[in-house]
Design a protein around this ligand. Sequence first.
Ligand SMILES: [Mg+2]
Length: 359
Amino acid sequence: MSLLPSDEVMTIDDISDRNKYLSQDISPKIIQETNISETLSSKPPLILIVDDDLLIRKILVRYLERENYRVIEAADGMEALEIYQKCYPNVILLDAMMPVLDGFECCLRLQQLPYGNRTPVLMITALEDRESVDRAYEVGASDYVTKPIHWAVLRQRVSHLLDQANLRQQLEAANQQLSVVVQELRRLVSIDGLTQVANRRCLDEYLEQECKRAQREKIPLSLVLCDIDFFKSYNDNYGHQEGDRCLQEIAQAISKSTNRPADLVARYGGEEFAIILPNTGAEGALNVAIRATEVVRSLQLTHDYSKVANHVTISCGVATLLPSQDFDVLHLLKSADLALYLAKAEGRNCVRQGNYVLE
Ligand SMILES: [Mg+2]
């Protein structure tokens, strides 16, 4: 007598000599711990069969092995959860009615385990009443089959669940790749390609955002505008390549003069840079600007065509928006720009602070 079901429907009645069947030497399955990456590998899918009825379990094992699946078994819900955590099967065939821990409770607990809610569960129930079927879905089962098991139905459902799980994994992997790309794109659209500090677009957005926050939270907001002195002469005499390198070094030097994560250094345009200093008063902003000029000075980038030093220097204009003031971004920019103009007019290589008299 063949041990494999040849009929379309498996029932206990089909096996006339149950004891004879069970006495056959069916070697116990060796449980080997596995990990998720192994489960996702090209090995045949691993199916966990959970049923308290040894006969049904053995028939299912034989049948599914014949279908070229790897199979592992458990006799109740508790055992199933233990094995699940060691082997991470691709699909679980779960009998609804079992001692110790029934299929519904087992499925419910499975959802709380790592990857548990991603592992398809095919509930096997002898009860075809609507309540059991509804409950199976409620506790997280993906589908169900009823006893007696129709082999053609079981085969299709297992295969369908595996396809679904594969598609889901592919989709998740694609989403992950996409989010990396989106993150990189976000970074790229906010970075100035040449100097690697924030670009003008990022500066405008951040300034708008921080201005609103300053007014909402009644905190000061400062802005420093920095301009490289005699940069046109530098470019004209040393060439554009050297000019670009100078911009890169100055940008990095100015970045070094800030030390809080919320401070933002951006290229404002040409040879002008901006430092946004949230929650920073006039004195703090002045210190940052002075530090920026010192760091740039310490680079000692030769500039034989500067009229204020023999190396590259910057001029800075500082403006601060105080909580009591009702100025907007435009006023803050104008104020910093005016201060920068004064720094330029009063000899360059220096820092001037805006006095908010704008009208
Ligand atoms: Mg049962």
